[in-house]
Ligand binder design. Structure first.
Ligand SMILES: *Cc1c(COP(=O)(O)O)cnc(C)c1O
Length: 385
């Protein structure tokens, strides 16, 4: 059962890639190697494992699995998505400049503007739905273009292929935060990106029980530099966390299909609802970039944003009245979540930036789970009423 030299589809890779039955016992599941160190036959005579910050077999299995799902030659896992972002960014130096999409994940914006700014890094945030905005932002010291698509919470799409073409022309690298789509629905490396990043906390883990991050690349130099930081910075995931994430990843394809089916139904239901002003979902023809969604994404995913009529008061009521949807931050789990970006996930974003990004007071974001669709619709119906 070693699939490393076979051409396999994502549904098979999710279950088998990177995982070889335990050679000593035949255990089909990769053991949780809960160990900090490894016995050596003599100084320097080891089996490829010396110390668990540097390497751990449970982590190696997960890294191989996720790399296969992204079509990457190399994969590296981290203690969180933010840990992964830090490890990539610290491969750069003081004086380097980065072009970042304007509604990048709030924690990424905070990391860039309130932590990495202290390292002498320079950032320009632009609306990347227009490629000329990126072109205008590029400076002689620009090193990397940081894309997140769909964006959060307004679900704007960025044309990955168009951006990577521009980047190559300018001799720049491109990173795509693929958390919202998961490796099953969008393949940034195949569209020309150099680095793909995940908060595995979301769809890859998929069960809201573990926090983690991932970096995938097929560029050996980038891999070596990020691997050096993985070991040097030390934001590595625990073996148990790797096990849980790998267990989650096995069902990623079936979950993503159901998330997309359910979300499509809910998006249509909301679009027709008299208490709803506007629905944003890449699977709806009303999405301004519907054509790009069709071209770039295998399906539309589980995230929907909508604006309830009646502003802050009404949207607050909806979040208090739901019974199956849970009012919580995060996304991508099997259970449906509902949140209010202006008050919750994007509370740290300055008011003027919120206004610029279109994060209105009545704006609600939902992460559609894989429960029964009729139950989900009934829950939203009673809450909106
Ligand atoms: C959650 C998230 C992150 C950060 O990941 P953590 O695992 O919470 O550190 C980064 N990017 C996106 C798009 C996210 O949703």
């Amino acid at each position: 059962m070693n699939t490393s030299d076979m051409k396999i589809h994502p549904e098979t890779a999710a279950i088998h890639a990177g995982q070889i039955p335990d050679p000593t016992t035949g255990a089909i599941m990769t053991p949780i190697y809960q160990t900090s160190t490894y016995v050596q036959a003599g100084p320097g005579k080891h089996k490829g494992y010396e110390y668990s910050r540097t390497q751990n077999p449970t982590r190696s299995a997960l890294e191989g699995n996720l790399a296969a799902l992204e079509g990457a030659k190399f994969g590296l896992c981290f203690a969180s998505g933010c840990g992964a972002s830090t490890a990539v960014m610290l491969t750069y130096s003081a004086g380097d400049h980065f072009v970042v999409c304007d509604d990048v994940y709030g924690g990424t914006r905070r990391l860039f503007t309130r932590v990495l700014n202290k390292c002498g890094f320079e950032f320009t945030f632009v609306d990347m739905t227009k490629i000329e905005n990126i072109e205008k932002a590029i400076k002689p010291n620009t090193k990397l273009i940081w894309i997140e698509t769909p964006t959060n919470p307004t679900l704007k799409l960025i044309d990955i292929e168009a951006v990577t073409k521009l980047a190559k022309k300018k001799n720049l690298k491109t990173l795509v935060d693929n958390t919202f789509m998961s490796p099953y629905l969008q393949s940034p490396l195949q569209l020309g990106a150099d680095i793909v990043l995940h908060s595995t906390t979301k769809y890859i883990g998929g069960h809201s029980d573990v926090v983690g991050g991932f970096i995938g690349t097929s560029d050996e130099a980038i891999y070596q530099a990020v691997k050096f930081n993985q070991n040097s910075l030390g934001a590595v995931p625990a073996p148990m966390d790797c096990f849980l994430t790998m267990r989650g990843a096995k069902t990623l394809p079936v979950r993503m299909k159901q998330h997309s089916l359910n979300a499509m139904e809910i998006a249509k239901f909301l679009e027709k609802h008299p208490q709803v002003e506007k629905v944003i979902y890449p699977g709806l023809p009303s999405h301004p970039q519907y054509e790009l969604a069709k071209r770039q994404m295998k399906d539309s995913g589980g995230m929907i944003t909508f604006i309830a009529k009646g502003g802050l008061e009404k949207s607050r009521k909806v979040l208090e009245k739901v019974r199956i949807f849970a009012c919580a931050e995060s996304l991508g789990g099997v259970e449906s979540l509902i949140e209010h970006p202006a008050i919750m996930t994007h509370a740290s974003v300055p008011a003027e930036v919120k206004a610029e990004l279109g994060i209105a007071d009545g704006l609600i974001r939902i992460s559609v789970g894989i429960e029964n669709i009729e139950d989900l619709k009934a829950d939203l119906e009673q809450a909106l009423r």
